[in-house]
Design a binder for this molecule. Structure first.
Ligand code: ZN
Length: 444
């Protein structure tokens, strides 16, 4: 393993490259690597083989004043843009670059503030050790999920199986197919019991490091199944099709080895494995905001649906697309409700206004739950263009009326290392958005 890591490090060091940005909140402009990866050496490998992000930082600079400098430092490929909003851009600095980048900014008279002082420290404290978080009834209740911590894939899948055993007339659990490394990609269908029901798709975990996404989607599942009475007004009219972890290999890899991994784990390139699964869908594949270089975070793959995960999920959606009127894919971070199309600045579905109207209602519903602000708009305009995303395909090919990408919390405090105690408030906001879209689906 050490040897592999060493080779990988050489490659990454040699081949980092800049990229254009992407609009899913975790906007990436420079492909980075993982300083962690580039600094790891066989002798530094820890017992558990985890990459360390010690000394890496995330800083914020003003979105407007820094544009020229920002473009030039991102072009060097040393650092990564984690996210941005109207006021600030969040930049991830590998430990080896913190000094030089800060000096550069100072020499240009650009002020910055430190968002995360030590990324490894943020990772160390983001999750509660699961045994501590387990409540005393964990054994008796038949599953391990508690939404107080980020859980393993096995806990998540165990919960789906538990629901299938406990609510056999209401839910069905299966696999849409296998991941690159052979893990099942499990789905749950939550049935209304109504043969004329509309269908509503929900997924999470397409980007591995966005842990809040599978945590939120499993919470939504628990609400729709175990707290069903609270959703009587639409639950008897809609069947929910839900995949909580589209990228199970990547998710497990972020837990075992490299916390900030984003792509899947396909072995197309030995030195730079993985494809960005949200650039791999077959609608305007290969356009703006994607890359044909394996080592880039927004690497699109060798062709549309080149990856087993996107193939399996898209085929499953197509098999069930009759009457499917709702689609939400959950990402982080930035707090956005994004509408198709994201592949360029001037493409709108004909019913964009109606999608936008419901998106704004969802944002208001979120605000009334927690006070949090979610911005609504076309992803290319609000952030950056990105092609080959699942929401564009859902709208443009599968023909799903209300299709959204939702970027969950936060707006640039913890970023991808959102502490676990934010799971429940974040998931409650997401549930408010699901309820709003569900009512639109019901009436459609
Ligand atoms: Zn994402």
């Amino acid at each position: 393993m050490g040897g592999t890591r060493w080779l990988m490090m050489l490659c990454l060091t040699a081949s980092v490259a800049l990229t254009s940005a992407r609009p899913d909140g975790d906007v990436v402009k420079a492909e980075v690597e993982p300083e962690a990866e580039s600094e790891a050496s066989p002798t530094q490998d820890k017992e558990d083989d985890k990459v360390s992000y010690q000394g890496a930082q995330v800083i914020q600079i003003d979105t407007q004043t820094a544009k020229d400098v920002l473009d030039s430092i991102l072009e060097k490929g040393e650092i990564e843009e984690w996210g941005r909003n109207k006021t600030h851009v969040d930049l991830y600095l590998p430990s080896k670059s913190t000094g030089s980048i800060k000096s550069l900014l100072m020499s240009k008279n650009i002020s910055y503030s430190v968002m995360i002082e030590d990324v490894q420290r943020a990772i160390d404290v983001e999750n509660v050790v699961e045994t501590e978080a387990e409540d005393e009834f964990a054994g008796r209740k038949g599953h391990k999920m508690n939404w107080k911590s980020y859980h393993s894939l096995s806990d998540i899948y165990g919960y789906l199986d538990y629901l299938a055993d406990t609510y056999p007339s209401q839910v069905k659990v299966g696999s849409v197919g296998k991941s690159a490394e052979g893990r099942p990609i499990k789905y749950i269908v939550i049935s209304s019991g109504n043969p004329g029901a509309k269908r509503f798709w929900i997924d999470g975990g397409i980007h591995a490091r966005e842990w809040i996404s599978p945590a939120t989607v499993t919470y939504i599942i628990s609400e729709l199944v175990e707290n069903r009475d609270s959703y009587k007004d639409f639950a008897s009219d809609i069947d929910f099709y839900v995949v909580p972890v589209i990228n199970p290999d990547g998710y497990e890899y972020t837990r075992s080895s490299q916390r900030l991994w984003r792509k899947n784990r396909s072995k197309g390139n030995y030195f730079c494995p993985g494809v960005d699964l949200n650039r791999n869908w077959g609608y305007n594949w290969g356009g703006l905001g994607t890359s044909n270089e394996n080592c880039r975070e927004i690497y699109r793959g060798t062709g549309p649906f080149s990856e087993p995960e996107t193939r399996a999920v898209s085929n499953f959606i197509l098999q069930n697309k009759d009457n499917m009127k709702g689609f939400i894919t959950f990402h982080s971070y930035g707090q956005y409700i994004l509408l198709p199309y994201g592949h360029n600045y001037n493409s709108y579905p004909p019913d964009f206004k109606e999608m936008e109207r419901i998106g704004r209602k969802a944002a208001l519903a979120i605000k009334s739950v927690s006070g949090a602000t979610y911005q609504v708009g076309n992803s290319a305009k609000l952030l950056y263009p990105a092609s080959g995303g699942s929401d564009d395909w859902a709208k443009g090919i599968a023909g799903i009326k209300y299709a959204y990408t939702i970027e969950l919390r936060d707006q640039g405090t913890y970023g991808f290392t959102l502490p676990a105690h934010y799971i429940i408030p974040t998931a409650q906001e997401a549930m408010a958005a699901v309820k709003t879209v569900a009512r639109a689906v019901q009436e459609s």
